[in-house]
Design a protein around this ligand. Structure first.
Ligand SMILES: [Zn+2]
Length: 167
């Protein structure tokens, strides 16, 4: 496996984002040279399959970084999943991660999962953009902000807390 240069979400934004909202994780992946693959729907139905019940997965196939995502989940979830898996890659976490739904939710998870979730939030909701909408355009409605950034309201609320906008 080739040496990975670790990148923060802001590194990735500055190098791989075209500047348009919403931040599209699929375009970012393409720019980073990461292959995206959807889980086969049959895999998700087959309880005996090793990938059953996963939202996402990251692994190297040869030297190629590959992010899998569950395309049977809602689009906002898929976006967050892809951003989370890109986080495992960009942060140099190692060669493979399997992510059930629970890895995306609370704070009680493993350190690398928390890091990948923080990365995803920072990638999809860039600080300067979020604060710009709030302070310059006066948009403070969480639902509207979530729509603009194509994230769930829960994710936006958490991001606003993190940025110190919400208590
Ligand atoms: Zn993960």
């Amino acid at each position: 496996m080739s040496e990975i240069q670790r990148m923060t979400a802001s590194d990735v934004l500055s190098q791989h984002w075209d500047g348009y909202l919403h931040v599209c994780p699929k375009k970012i992946a393409q720019s980073m040279g990461v292959t995206l693959k959807e889980f086969d729907a049959a895999i998700q139905l087959d309880r005996n399959h090793v990938d059953h019940g996963l939202s996402g997965k990251f692994e190297f196939e040869g030297d190629t970084p590959v992010c899998y995502y569950n395309s049977s989940e809602p689009l906002l979830r898929q976006n967050f999943t892809i951003a989370h898996e890109l986080g495992h890659y960009a942060l140099g976490h190692g060669k493979s991660f399997r992510d059930p739904v629970s890895n995306f939710s609370s704070r009680g998870n493993e350190f690398k999962e928390i890091q990948a979730n923080d990365f995803a939030a920072q990638l999809l909701m860039p600080k300067s953009q979020v604060l710009g909408y709030i302070r310059e355009r006066g948009i403070v409605d969480i639902g509207k902000l979530a729509d603009i950034f194509k994230v769930s309201q829960v994710a936006m609320k958490y991001r606003l807390k993190n940025l110190g906008v919400l208590r």
